[in-house]
Design a protein around this ligand. Sequence first.
Ligand SMILES: [Zn+2]
Length: 317
Amino acid sequence: MSFKKILGQDKAINTLRGFIAAGRIPQAMIFHGPAGVGKAMAALEFAKTLNCLDAASNKIFDNCGLCQNCKHIDAKTHPDIIFADFAYQAMLRKEEVEKQQNIRIETIRALTAASQQKAVFAKWKVYIIDSAEKLITGAANALLKYIEEPPPNTIWILISSKKEAMLSTIKSRCQPVAFAPLSKDIITTILKDNFVEADLAEQAAAISQGSSAKAALAAEVLGDFASLPSGAAFAAGAAMSLPRVAAQARAQVASVLDMLSVMAYEQWVKEASEREANKNLLTKLVFYKRALLSNVSPYLIMEAALMAADDCKINFK
Ligand SMILES: [Zn+2]
């Protein structure tokens, strides 16, 4: 595997390969852009390319995916390349992944302590922080001096789909690398590669706002909807078929609210006569999104949102 497996991000990938070609690697970067467009994958491919032991791959600023360094980075078992996401924090804290809401100071201390150690067998040590907008202030402050003055051959990559929510003190110390929303065709290809049936893949891609992560969840939800009755019973049926685990139910409802927003917006653009009704629906959907972040039952929000949308002739059946 190599940079080639990352679809639709030529500009970002060329920037990263350009850093290596020029021999000027920024000591801290922020990979930013929509969720599910390949930022984390690019961070790992970059770490592999910096450390790949294959001379032919080195020459073309890519990686072989087969040498010891590449294999360990892919398996996330390389001692010098740490991918710090909620799963990593859960492992450190001996907790469930679902319990991780933000990135804590102890997690950052584990990374900064590692960054001060000599490399075990990498040429470049790479520390990747996923969902960096979730750094609590204390954790962000604990990180500052390390991203400003890392030891030689040490790189920090912060990944964020909400760069605007990050502290400016962190952002100002990092080189930004922008990742673009993906085209519908690329998302359809990615979903089909992941065994989503073609029609469903196209339908999900059309309402996923350029994010393959959103599209994958949308395809799952739309797949579940296929077996539900249409008409008046649909909203209640959809609410009842939500997963019992609250976090999973919330994620599915968020996906439905996103899809309805896209559909309402498209109808708003197309149907001049329905503008007022669609505008009201969009306002309601914003309200439901906020309610979902508080403690309101996801089951209730699902039913209310589907009914409100159906009033505007926006539905999944
Ligand atoms: Zn390699």
